[in-house]
Design a protein around this ligand. Structure first.
Ligand code: GUN
Ligand code: FE
Length: 425
């Protein structure tokens, strides 16, 4: 097992005390073995002097679509249902195994370069195996799944699947990929959204998730047009319907949740459902501004995601953190979502959403070594002695400031250069 000692960095731990201090971190294999000041491990396989650098837990994006990376810019200036019908679904239908692989690799490279170390990802109906191969090779930690779409008048024929085939293919992928590379890769059932799924399929997913404890990842209450269709078809609001089918629990990851009513919020709170806030996507697709302060006040686990590249044109988590902090200020005041709150959403809350708060999301002894080294010494991050480092990251850092990304103890990017995972420290 290789070991790595990183010395003299400013460590943003995001541990329970949220300690920030200048010190060292010692990694052996995939695990953080020691953190403190003046650590002494002269036999470490490698020692890095990180003076003047900041180390944070890796960012955790809990809603992305790797297969959409190569559609960036397709469907700019459209609303959700038109965007899906006119641009995204036809493009997904045209994907083949190679194009999904390259789309995934491009998205993964972009996210690793900007310090994302874990993702919750949703693919399209076919060729998801290619995306898993890209995930495996990139070294990222991922909870991913094939999209399920067994109904929907507007869904193109090439994306329609039978209920049986959707379940069978999902189970086959689960069998092949769940738990791979010592648990770095996991499978999540991914019914796209209520509009594209039969009640039978959703009930079966609920039952499979109950038995296997697998996660379920879906979109809900993103757009008013979408909600109107769900209400016309089911007589219920999205979250009410998911709850009625037995899906609302701590293994459910719900992307967007822009237009929740009070009853839906209460279900989410009571059933400990995880919400992913996608501020960039919600703005660009004109979906709306999700009422995140009220969810946080109710102690709901809210994490962050960039969504697909064409929803946002940017997969950089620092962009998402900045938008999350900014969009509530006009209505709720300057501290409604302060820098530390959104930094928690990007790290420890993401870990909770993935059911991995004991493994990732903070720099703590015994946790997996998923971390990011930033160089904040450029003028745009104002290296002033009295400015809080988390504020500097949230309000001014970009992916150009991320120098090195480590996932599962492996250096997957160093000095801005991506590496393959089979390279040793
Ligand atoms: N709702 C259903 N599918 C999608 C998708 O691909 N992206 C977004 N943003 N919302 C969706
Ligand atoms: Fe999405």
């Amino acid at each position: 097992m290789k070991s790595l000692l990183i010395k003299n960095a400013e460590l943003i731990t995001m541990n329970k005390q949220e300690e920030v201090f200048t010190g060292d971190i010692y990694i052996k294999g995939d695990t953080i073995k020691d953190i403190g000041k003046n650590l002494h491990y002269p036999k470490a396989d490698r020692i890095i002097d990180a003076s003047g650098r900041v180390i944070t837990p890796g960012f955790i994006q809990t809603h992305v679509h790797l297969c959409q990376t190569i559609f960036r810019g397709k469907g700019d200036d459209l609303e959700l249902m038109d965007w899906l019908k006119k641009r995204i679904w036809p493009l997904e239908a045209a994907h083949d195994a190679d194009s999904i692989y390259y789309s995934a690799m491009l998205g993964l490279g972009e996210m690793i370069r900007s310090g994302t170390t874990s993702i919750v990802d949703m693919e399209t109906v076919h060729h998801t195996d290619s995306a898993f191969q890209a995930i495996e090779q990139s070294g990222i930690r991922a909870l991913s799944g094939k999209v399920m779409m067994d109904k929907g008048e507007e869904v193109p024929a090439a994306l329609q699947e039978t209920t049986e085939a959707s379940l069978q293919e999902s189970n086959d992928l689960m069998e092949k990929w769940h738990g791979k590379d010592n648990g770095r890769i996991k499978y999540a059932y991914s019914p796209r959204f209520v509009i594209s799924c039969t009640e039978e399929l959703l009930r079966e997913v609920a039952s499979l998730s109950k038995i296997s404890k697998a996660f379920v990842h879906t979109h809900a209450s993103e757009n008013r047009g979408e909600i109107a269709i769900v209400e016309a078809e089911t007589g219920m609001r999205n979250v009410e319907y998911l709850n009625y089918l037995g899906l609302a629990n701590e293994r459910l990851i719900l992307a967007h949740c822009v237009w929740l009513d009070e009853a839906e919020k209460e279900i989410i709170r009571r059933r400990r459902v995880n919400v992913t806030h996608c501020p960039g996507s919600n703005l660009k697709l004109a979906s709306g501004v999700a009422d995140i302060p009220s969810l946080l006040n109710a102690h709901v686990c809210v994490s962050l995601g960039a969504d697909g590249a064409p929803c946002n044109n940017n997969l950089d988590m620092m962009n998402e953190m900045r938008l999350a902090a900014l969009i509530h200020k006009p209505e709720h005041g300057p501290t409604a979502m302060d820098a530390k709150t959104v930094f928690r959403m990007a790290t420890i809350a993401g870990a909770k959403a993935m059911g991995m708060e004991h493994e990732i999301g903070s720099l703590e002894v015994g946790k997996k070594a998923d971390l990011v080294m930033l160089n904040l010494n450029d003028f745009h991050t104002y290296p002033s002695y009295d400015v809080d480092t988390i504020s500097r990251i949230v309000y001014s850092a970009t992916r150009a400031d991320v120098e090195t990304t480590i996932i599962n103890g492996k250096i997957v990017m160093e000095n801005h250069q991506l590496k393959t995972v089979d390279k040793d420290i």
